[in-house]
Ligand binder design. Structure first.
Ligand code: PLP
Length: 368
């Protein structure tokens, strides 16, 4: 028996998305940059997907740059910062953002870290304290990948703009659970990854508001208006277009189901301290099991058939302690595991998983 509670790491590809993509692997295999009729058929499907992605976030079609996923979209967003300038990055970001920030530092950019409150939220007041005129960029994610904390991106973007900075948000964990319309948030850039909402891995996009200048990371051909060279992954892009439409249209219904599953899990859990935040996306929670290292518990749970994560999937296998929990000063943050629920998790499965967790914890810590 396997119970998958790791939807924040990745999701299975939806049947509809798979079916939409299928012809573009075979019959319509053409290069979307080719001028012939075949190429134009592939290009038309890709542009349709661009329109679906744009509509999902309230953007214009020409503001969407397809990438190989969230990490590349993030790299692209942070690529144009010149040495000598200043950026403010939150302390709860994914490795892909902190990695880019480290690289910027090594190139002579001043990087300032803004920390969350105990509730896991980067408040506009905290950001304001770290701002100066001449700050080039502010990076704060939309939904945290460890706690599910929903950040006040609209208010944070307002602060950034008041100081003349651009505002970039990593919305990779947000698409399935919150409205990420850029019309509401006024974000200047926003990163999305397909495999977090039932599209394939290795595809995503960066929204770049009209007029915002970024520097390509990958150069070569003129694809994506010269912002991202390389032949586009048409089948994956078509699947992502379909999946993002479904994610947005069915968000409320899915969220209700996911909340039920998460509640059933927490209700049946006898041990552990869930890391609670004031405004949380459904279906993503870290739980601290004092006295048991997260890595050890996750392995034991995997052997018992419950799949979960320690830290982000990208940091799995390392001894990295989830940065968001550290930044929130969560005690024993290295004793936390993350459970994440998706639209296919039933409340029964979730309750069953909690019972397995109870047994595994009891075995690892008999005197609990
Ligand atoms: N940002 C967040 C918040 C994530 O959770 C992830 C993946 O786990 C990424 C970025 C990276 O996305 P990708 O796996 O598409 O490179």
């Amino acid at each position: 028996m396997e119970i998958y509670l790791d939807y924040a790491a990745t999701t299975p590809v939806d049947k509809d998305a798979l079916e939409a993509a299928a012809p573009f692997f075979s019959d319509v295999f053409f290069n979307p940059s080719s001028a012939h009729v075949g190429g134009q058929r592939a290009a038309k499907a890709m542009e349709n997907a661009r329109a679906q992605c744009a509509a999902a976030i309230g953007a214009e079609n020409n503001e969407i740059v397809f990438t190989s996923g969230g990490t590349e979209a993030i790299n692209l967003a942070m690529s144009g910062i010149k040495s000598g300038s200043r950026v403010v990055v939150s302390a709860i970001e994914h490795d892909s953002v902190t990695g880019c920030a480290e690289r910027l530092k090594s190139r002579g950019v001043e990087v300032v870290t803004v920390v969350p409150n105990r509730d896991g939220i980067i408040t506009p007041e905290a950001l304001e304290k770290d701002m100066t005129d001449g700050t080039a960029l502010v990076c704060v994610m939309t939904v945290n990948n460890q706690t599910g904390a929903i950040q006040p991106v609209k208010e944070l973007a307002e602060v950034a703009h008041r100081f003349g900075a651009l505002f970039f948000t990593d919305a990779v964990q947000a698409v399935s659970c919150v409205d990420i319309s850029v019309k509401n948030s006024c974000a200047d850039m926003l990163a999305v990854s397909g495999h977090k909402f039932y599209a394939p891995k290795g595809v995503g996009f960066l929204y770049v508001k009209k007029g915002v200048a970024i520097k390509p990371e990958i150069v070569g051909g003129g694809q994506e208006k010269g912002l991202r060279a390389g032949t586009q992954n048409v089948p994956a892009i078509v699947a992502m277009g379909r999946a993002i439409e479904d994610a947005v249209n069915n968000r409320n219904e899915n969220t209700k189901k996911i909340k039920e599953a998460e509640n059933a899990f927490l209700k049946c859990l006898d041990f552990g301290r869930p890391v609670l935040v004031s405004d949380k996306a459904a279906g993503l929670i870290s739980v601290v099991f004092d006295g048991i290292k997260g890595g050890r518990l996750a392995v034991a749970l995997s052997m018992a058939g419950v799949y979960c994560s320690v830290g982000s999937a990208c940091a799995a296998g390392s001894d990295t302690v989830p940065p968001a929990l550290v930044a929130m000063c969560v005690e024993n943050a290295d004793h936390a595991v993350r459970f994440s629920f998706g639209k296919y998790t039933t409340a029964e499965q979730a309750a069953q998983a909690a019972k397995i967790v109870n047994n595994v914890v009891k075995n690892l810590k008999p005197n609990i």
